[in-house]
Design a protein around this ligand. Structure first.
Ligand SMILES: [Zn+2]
Length: 236
């Protein structure tokens, strides 16, 4: 069984960590390689079961990204599947335009060969989504901030694999642009959630009360993100 070994000063016992695509063994400094090998061997059944469990879990999460960014592929935006139409252009960079909510027009430089095109379109799409996230989030902040005086110091759009947003000690708000793949109400919920942290730096009853004042059905949005979040986090 293939595994990577990590020595740890703090580890008291040898332990096995199974992650998607990798098995890691963490061992105290003084345990011999021979003993580690024997330990891993003895745990083989457990490791196999854990590997399978994780593989099943990863497979159960549907991928939103198309296999290839090409004509006819669909890209998820605000909870909808929107087909991509490619138009050649003589300009140098990929440009994306959402056409009447029914198609993504991708202007693809004619100088780009087929091998590169999928990745370049993906990058162009990501840039476009980040701009959209900033615009939509700004509009939502303008809508909700005045109500309870919840004005953030700044807004940053980030790519994050494990969280939707955060609000720092000085009320700088970070938002994950992958929320643009979710229905608009989910983004609105996250914006409100972070705005409410300006007043309450915790998840107390008062905090949730304030969230509910801004978005009475926030629990539905929270549930939606719990259910579909892993798919979104896989990215475009
Ligand atoms: Zn929070």
């Amino acid at each position: 069984m293939l595994y990577s070994l990590r020595r740890s000063e703090r580890a008291k016992n040898t332990r096995i960590i199974v992650k998607p695509g990798k098995i890691e063994v963490v061992a105290p400094l003084k345990v011999s390689e021979r003993r580690i090998k024997a330990f891993v061997e003895a745990q083989q059944d457990w490791i196999r079961a854990a590997v399978k469990r994780i593989a099943d879990k990863v497979q159960a999460v549907p991928d939103l990204a198309p296999a290839q960014y090409a004509d006819g592929a669909t890209v998820t935006f605000q909870g909808r599947q929107i087909p991509v139409q490619i138009k050649p252009t003589t300009t140098k960079t990929v440009r994306i335009q959402l056409h009447g909510d029914t198609a993504f027009i991708v202007y693809l430089p004619i100088s780009v060969d087929q091998q590169q095109s999928s990745e370049l379109i993906r990058q162009g799409m990501t840039r476009w989504m980040k701009q959209q996230a900033r615009q939509h989030a700004t509009t939502l902040i303008e809508k909700h901030a005045p109500r309870s005086g919840l004005f953030p110091r700044s807004l940053r759009i980030k790519t994050q694999k494990s969280r939707w947003g955060s609000c720092g000690p000085h009320n700088d708000i970070n938002l994950n642009w992958l929320l643009m793949l979710a229905p608009p109400a989910a983004l609105e919920y996250v914006v409100i959630h972070e705005l409410c942290h300006i007043k309450h730096k915790n998840h107390s009853k008062d905090f949730w009360q304030l969230v509910a004042e801004h978005l009475p059905d926030y629990q539905q949005q929270r549930r939606w993100l719990k259910q579909h979040g892993a798919s979104l986090m896989r990215g475009l």
